[in-house]
Ligand binder design. Structure first.
Ligand SMILES: [Zn+2]
Length: 476
């Protein structure tokens, strides 16, 4: 442990977890003499704990205003041409394309909202109207309330209990503006009151089921669950997660009462157009214990055995059984390390094969705590890592250079007629006091620079608009 100057005077003792912590995030020490911020080991030491790595990171009116969305197509089209790109800080690159503004038929357009990790458990759960048992079993922290304390010490008081919409902050207004047809998040927590924590895992996230309205307020259509936290509170916890989402009519994919259910897509009809099928896949590289794999007679997670040709073939078979003309197929994949921009070659190969051989139209990758590079392959978007969107990590140091407090709302518009990408916009966000806020100015510029830097070798770039949103450009 190495002291870090700056914020020390107001923080309690924080010790770096052994081997950098199973979560990739630090854990807090029990005693409070010396005030220090945690420091992680270098990334290459991370291998040490790879096998067990687990990253931390009502509303009456839920009748979706879907009818409005029918009329929103024209709005979308206007937005597409009105949003960004003209006053950007990066010039348009010759040979690159962006928002297609010459569509013959807007009725084929489907816009998806995609977000990375939405972790509404632990500290977040404690500020919501129905906090669950705060008891934790982390090596250094025994109460979820501690995470609230840390955040408040850094960024000021949180008016708890907050209302269910609080955590989404400015994101709600942005969703209202863009009016995506389908909203998809990686729900990075169990939704349960179970006390049967998964022993030896180190980090166990749970949100009380009575707080599910916080997901409803953002009108989320689909929660993908093939991640390394859905079974944190055992099989009872998984069952309660599934039944809670069912109860409030939020679709899920990636975990289920048996292997077939876990592998089944979440299907959303987009009125008057087509369907969006979301397949949720989890890789052990994100820290999902292999024992969590669902089987014929056992509940669990839809785990990718590997990223091989054979795995692609199996996924292709499954997709071909259900995909119809004009469907948009999303492969939502929890994969890879928490920190670092490197994209393993096998991920790229796998993503390309899903497009080429399995009929996937959108790759929605997550697990990284920060946004990674974006590729457009054969007019299909590949987001390798969305980054965190909502989490309780405020005030917990380590890996500051990745600025995991900054996130992106991804808005991907697809043409259902041919499955091709039409527009790709991103809205930068910043989480503060457990609330999503628009990131503007220097923060938006920083994200722009990162996405440009990481997209360079992938053939993509972004332009920062006067309204602080990003527009993707791509070759081809
Ligand atoms: Zn994860």
């Amino acid at each position: 442990m190495r002291p870090v100057s700056g914020l020390n005077s107001h923080l309690p003792t924080i010790a770096s977890a052994p081997y950098g912590g199973e979560s990739g995030k630090p854990m807090l020490a029990e005693h409070t003499d010396v005030v220090e911020l945690p420091v992680f080991p270098p990334l290459n030491e991370y291998h040490y704990n790879e096998r067990h790595r687990i990253h931390p990171l009502q509303l009456a009116d839920l009748k979706r205003r879907r009818f409005l969305k029918v009329f929103s197509l024209a709005t979308l089209s206007i937005l597409a041409s009105a949003t960004p790109a003209h006053s950007g800080t990066k010039p348009q690159v010759a040979g690159m394309r962006r928002a297609n503004t010459t569509l013959a038929d807007d009725s084929n357009l489907i816009t998806l909202f995609l977000a990375g990790d939405v972790m509404t458990g632990r500290g977040i759960d404690q500020i919501l109207p129905h906090p669950g048992n705060p008891r934790l079993y982390e090596p250094y922290v025994k109460s979820a309330e501690r995470y609230v304390d840390i955040a408040e010490k850094v960024n000021g008081p949180i008016p708890k209990p907050v209302d269910f919409s609080y955590i989404w902050g400015d994101a709600l207004q942005e969703l209202e503006r863009v009016q995506p047809d389908v909203r998809i998040i990686n729900l990075e927590t169990a939704v349960t009151a179970s006390d049967e924590y998964w022993k030896g895992k180190g980090i166990n996230y749970r949100m009380h089921p009575d707080n599910i309205a916080c997901i409803q307020t953002a009108e989320i259509d689909c929660c993908v669950l093939a991640n390394n936290h859905v079974l944190d509170w055992g099989y009872r916890g998984l069952e309660e997660t599934l039944s809670t989402l069912d109860r409030v009519n939020i679709k899920s994919a990636g975990a289920g009462r048996n292997a077939a259910a876990a592998a089944a897509p979440a299907t959303t009809d987009v009125k008057g157009k087509s369907r969006v099928l979301v397949f949720s896949l989890g890789s052990e590289t994100s820290g999902i214990p292999r024992v969590w794999a669902a089987s014929e007679n056992k509940a669990g997670v839809n785990i990718l055995k590997d990223l091989s040709d054979n795995t692609v073939r199996k996924i292709a078979t499954r997709i071909q059984q259900v995909k119809r003309a004009h469907d948009i197929v999303v492969a939502s994949i929890h994969w890879g390390r928490n920190w670092g921009y490197h994209i393993p070659r096998e991920q790229t190969r796998f993503a390309h094969q899903l497009v080429d051989d399995a009929g996937v139209d959108v790759i929605h990758g997550h697990s990284s705590h920060h946004p990674k590079g974006i590729e457009v392959y054969k007019q299909r978007p590949i987001i390798y890592g969305c980054g965190d969107f909502i989490s309780d990590y405020e005030g917990i140091g380590g890996y500051a250079e990745f600025k995991s407090e900054l996130g992106l709302m991804y808005f991907v518009t697809m043409n259902a007629e041919n499955g091709e990408l039409v527009n790709f916009h991103m809205t930068p966000t910043h989480i503060k006091r457990f609330k999503v806020q628009r990131a503007v100015g220097a923060d938006a510029q920083w994200l722009t620079d990162v996405i440009n830097r990481e997209g360079g070798s992938l053939g993509t770039g972004v332009q920062l608009g006067a309204d602080d949103t990003l527009t993707l450009t791509w070759k081809g």
